[in-house]
Design a protein around this ligand. Sequence first.
Ligand SMILES: Cc1cc2nc3c(=O)[nH]c(=O)nc-3n(C[C@H](O)[C@H](O)[C@H](O)COP(=O)(O)O)c2cc1C
Length: 301
Amino acid sequence: MSANNICLPVIQAPMFLLSGPDMVIASCRAGIIGSFPSPNARTVNILDQWLQQITSELSEVPHAAPWALNLVMHRSNPRRHDDLELAIKYRAPIVITALGSPAEAVESVHAYGGKVYADVTTIDFARRAAAVGVDGLALVCCGAGGHTGLLSPFAFVDEVRQFFDGEIILSGAISNGRAIRAAEVLGADYVYMGTRFIPTQESLAQDEYKEMVVEASGADIVTSDSITGVKANWLKGSLEKVGFDVDNMPPPGAINFLEAASDAKRWRDIWAAGQGVGSIDRQQSVAEVVEQLTDEYRSCL
Ligand SMILES: Cc1cc2nc3c(=O)[nH]c(=O)nc-3n(C[C@H](O)[C@H](O)[C@H](O)COP(=O)(O)O)c2cc1C
């Protein structure tokens, strides 16, 4: 697996408030694709500085893997054009779109030779993204950290393969090397791993959050639409800490999804994680995680 300096078919997935330049640079140095969501840079100017840092530091690394920028394409995101302009300015090798049509990004990113992947949770979204010419589809399946899909990966990959012959990136509770291999057997080209990188040294999560992920098992993950209005996976302990009874979560109510989805306070107090937490038993550096995943992956080839 040497195309584009990628040594393991893994994308370190974008995570609101948690992934920034340090995680991206460490991932690309270690040989996997690093990414972050553009809203993590609080302003367009900060985003410009972050991209400057990422591109200049990675230009010094002889065999760095490509990096990716995650953009919220929903009409109500006032920064979507400016952030896309910066992706173009820094020639982001990959742009991953979420919550809106990837159409606008496809033309401009292809113009400089970059790729566009669309993050999708349903077959319908997958069809719509495929129709506008994306290079890859990130299928977010059940068990994923943060906003989750509900489909089984077995069903999702197979149906999407019937109408899409581009790259498939599979996600949802993939937390060890054996699962990466299983995703390839299912027909995926890459996996998208978020939760596995929460307790890394380069993650911006507070220490208590990292420790809760290390201690948790799959039974500690609660799926609820009460927090942001759509189904997402959260750490039970963090919900209880702010006073929720996890067996009686309130109805989602009339919620402005985008506002809630990007409400930093909500995500700072209530911690997202996927069902793959049980594979994580300590805090590590990104490089150590990639080394461990590589050993696990190779052992089942
Ligand atoms: C704490 C956290 C924050 C996330 N924030 C975002 C985000 O801002 N944008 C996005 O597209 N996906 C986001 N995700 C989803 C991930 O990109 C990815 O789909 C998911 O982590 C994969 O499942 P896994 O956590 O089981 O590996 C987030 C996930 C987590 C755990």
